[in-house]
Design a protein around this ligand. Sequence first.
Ligand SMILES: O=P(O)(O)OC[C@H]1O[C@H](OP(=O)(O)OP(=O)(O)O)[C@H](O)[C@@H]1O
Ligand SMILES: Nc1nc2[nH]cnc2c(=O)[nH]1
Ligand SMILES: [Mg+2]
Length: 158
Amino acid sequence: MAQHYYTVSWDQLHRDSKALAWRLIGMRPFAGIVAITRGGLIPAAIVAREMECRLIETVSIVTYDEEERGAPRVTKPPAAAGDGEGFLIVDDLVDTGATARVVRGLLPRAHFATVYAKPAGKTMVDTFITEVSQDTWILFPWDTEPQFIAPLARSGAA
Ligand SMILES: O=P(O)(O)OC[C@H]1O[C@H](OP(=O)(O)OP(=O)(O)O)[C@H](O)[C@@H]1O
Ligand SMILES: Nc1nc2[nH]cnc2c(=O)[nH]1
Ligand SMILES: [Mg+2]
């Protein structure tokens, strides 16, 4: 179980994904983007919009069940990205790097970008925006919803 949680709002995800696009835009024109589903879908859409890229491919890979890690399982390989030459891979985050290792094996020549990164996996990606500690679990807006919190005075703090 994670020691800390880092909650990312829709606004923040949009800002951080745009920052990723800023970082990538000068690198080279990419022929297309490969989104790693599901987590990479929304960051990939934001990056694609900023880079005016209209060719989006997907690779589907399942590594976690909530916070429980398993062996990465490819449920749909990328169909039209060859060996990755000229393509940009986008995922929401790299944690241990296990998912990235498998996708790099499928698309060895692609540029790999994530919005968030943890220390154990960050060397697996070429570009990322924000680093969090290894014992932090990132909570994305699609995994959360606002809820009522009791006033401090009722919590025994006063
Ligand atoms: O670096 P790793 O330790 O491999 O972890 C990173 C991967 O884990 C999450 O995917 P997940 O397997 O939860 O599937 P999802 O994208 O469908 O939520 C996340 O979206 C990354 O793809
Ligand atoms: N939502 C989420 N999925 C993950 N998969 C691997 N690490 C994480 C994380 O920190 N947050
Ligand atoms: Mg994922």
